[in-house]
Design a binder for this molecule. Structure first.
Ligand code: RM4
Ligand code: MN
Ligand code: MN
Length: 424
C-alpha cells in the first residue's frame, strides 16, 4: 500500500517537473524569470466572501449540501481550510448584518490562527432586517424620504464602526436602489440624493479607509438602477474624494460588454478599487470565475499586469475578492476552482511579451498583436501555478486533497446535514 502511494506521488512529481521544463522551453523562460513568475503568483491573494460558504439559491429553490458553516467562526474555519490547501487566499470579506463580529477580539484571534485577515466590510441596504424601523422597498441611499436615507447612511457608518474592530480598511457599497417602471424615478434627483448620502458616509470613514462603489445594470430593479454602470460609479467616487473608487463585479455587465477595456479606463483614471470575481454567461450568474469566459479573464489580468508596470498608473486596486453563489457545486470546491482559475489567468497574463506587443501595436501589426496574446493564453501554466502553491505549503491538487480527505463528510458529521449559512 505504502509503496503504491509513494509510486503515485513520484509519478505526480515527475509529471510536475516535466510540465515545468516544457513551459520553460516553450516560453523561453530563464530560471530567474521562472522564479520571478512564481513569486508574483504567490503574491496574488483573493479574499473569500463570508456569504459564499453556504449553498446559494435562486428564487426557485435551494439545495443545501450539508455541513454549511453556522457561525462566523465556522466560516473563518472554512476559509482557513481553503487557505491551507490553495495558499491563494489570506482574507475574508464580511457582509453585515449577515455576519456580525460579536466578539472582535476572539474573531481576530481565530483569523490569526488561520493565517487570515479581514478584507472589506460590505453594507446591506438591499434587504429589510427584522428589527429595522423603515423599509428599503423603494430604495435606501437614493430614497425620497430623508428619514430612510438617514437610516441607510447610519447603517453604513455602523458597518465602518464594526469594520474598525476587526481591522478592515475597506467599505464596499452595493445598492439595489432603482426603479421598475418608467416615470417611477426622477433620474437626476435620485442620483443627486445618492451622491449626497455617499459623501456623508465617505466623511465618516477614517482617513486610512477606502470606499468601493459597485455598479450593476439590472436586478433587483429591472427598469433602472441608480448605479448601473462604471461611469456612474466613477462620477460618484469623484464626488466623494480620492479614497472612493470603483468596484468591478464581473457579472455586473450586459452581455458582451468589453470588461477589460473598462478595467483599463479605470486604471488610467486611478479609480479602479477592486474586483468581485465570478463567472457569467448572461448576467449576475455568480458562477465559478473563469468557467465561462477564460479568455476574457486573461485579458482582464493582462490589463492589470501591464497596468502594474506602468508608472503612469497611480492607484493600484486595493481589493481582489470573489463574489459567487453555488447552486450546484460544493461551495468550498467551487471557491477553490475560482482561485485556481484566477491564478491561471494571471500566470498567463504574466507570460505576455509586453515589449514585443508594444512594438507591434506601434506599427499596427494587428496579426502580431493578437498572436502575442494568444501565445501566452494558450500556454499550459498549470505546473507554474502548482509550483507557487507548493512552495507556500499548499496541496499539489487542492480539489483532490479535499475529496480524498473526505472534508465535506467530516463537516456534515460535525455540523449536521441541515445546517444553514447566512447569505442570499
Ligand atoms: C449583489 C452584488 C453585491 C453582493 C450582493 C450579495 O449582486 O454583487 O456585491 O454583495 O449581490
Ligand atoms: Mn458583487
Ligand atoms: Mn452580484
Amino acid at each position: 500500500m505504502t509503496t503504491e502511494i509513494t509510486g503515485a506521488e513520484t509519478k505526480q512529481r515527475q509529471r510536475h517537473l516535466a510540465g515545468i521544463e516544457y513551459l520553460k522551453n516553450t516560453q523561453e523562460l530563464s530560471d530567474a524569470r521562472f522564479t520571478d513568475l512564481v513569486a508574483k503568483i504567490k503574491k496574488l491573494q483573493v479574499a473569500i466572501p463570508s456569504w459564499a460558504l453556504g449553498t446559494g439559491g435562486t428564487r426557485f429553490g435551494r439545495f443545501p449540501q450539508g455541513g454549511e458553516p453556522r457561525t462566523l467562526e465556522e466560516k473563518i474555519e472554512d476559509v482557513g481550510l481553503i487557505r491551507k490547501l490553495t495558499q491563494a487566499t489570506n482574507s475574508v470579506s464580511l457582509h453585515i448584518p449577515w455576519d456580525i463580529p460579536k466578539d472582535p477580539a476572539a474573531i481576530q484571534q481565530l483569523l490569526k490562527a488561520n493565517g487570515l485577515t479581514i478584507d472589506s466590510v460590505n453594507s446591506n441596504t438591499f434587504q429589510d432586517q427584522t428589527d429595522q424601523q423603515l423599509s428599503y422597498k423603494f430604495g435606501s441611499l437614493c430614497h425620497t424620504d430623508d428619514a430612510i436615507r438617514q437610516q441607510a447612511i447610519s447603517h453604513n457608518i455602523n458597518v465602518i464602526e464594526q469594520g474598525k474592530t476587526i481591522n478592515s480598511k475597506v467599505l464596499t457599497v452595493w445598492l439595489a436602489d432603482g426603479s421598475n417602471f418608467p416615470g417611477q424615478h426622477n433620474f437626476r434627483r435620485a442620483f443627486a440624493r445618492t451622491q449626497d448620502s455617499l459623501s456623508q458616509i465617505y466623511k465618516a470613514m477614517p482617513s486610512d479607509w477606502t470606499m468601493l462603489i459597485e455598479y450593476k445594470p439590472y436586478e433587483p430593479s429591472f427598469y433602472s438602477m441608480v448605479i448601473p454602470d462604471w461611469g456612474t460609479s466613477y462620477q460618484l467616487s469623484q464626488g466623494c474624494g480620492d479614497r472612493a473608487q470603483v468596484l468591478v463585479d464581473l457579472g455586473h455587465h450586459l452581455p458582451n460588454t468589453n470588461i477589460e477595456q473598462i478595467v483599463a479606463r479605470l486604471l488610467h483614471f486611478g479609480r479602479l478599487g477592486g474586483f468581485h470575481f465570478n463567472g457569467s454567461q448572461y448576467g449576475d450568474d455568480d458562477l465559478t470565475t473563469g468557467a465561462i469566459k477564460p479568455y476574457q479573464l486573461f485579458l482582464i489580468f493582462h490589463e492589470l499586469a501591464t497596468g502594474a508596470q506602468d508608472p503612469q498608473v497611480k492607484n493600484p486596486p486595493v481589493a481582489y475578492m470573489i463574489d459567487a453563489s453555488h447552486n450546484l457545486k460544493d461551495p468550498l470546491e467551487d471557491l477553490m476552482n475560482s482561485l485556481e482559475n484566477i491564478r491561471t489567468a494571471y500566470a498567463k497574463a504574466l507570460l505576455v511579451d509586453v515589449g514585443a506587443l508594444e512594438k507591434a501595436q506601434q506599427v499596427n501589426d494587428v496579426v502580431a498583436c493578437e498572436q502575442i496574446l494568444q501565445r501566452a493564453f494558450q500556454s499550459d501554466v498549470r505546473p507554474l501555478v502548482a509550483e507557487a502553491r507548493l512552495r507556500d505549503g499548499g496541496a499539489y491538487d487542492p480539489l483532490d486533497a479535499f475529496r480524498s480527505g473526505k472534508v465535506r463528510s467530516e463537516l456534515i458529521s460535525k455540523r449536521g446535514k441541515k445546517s444553514l449559512a447566512t447569505g442570499l
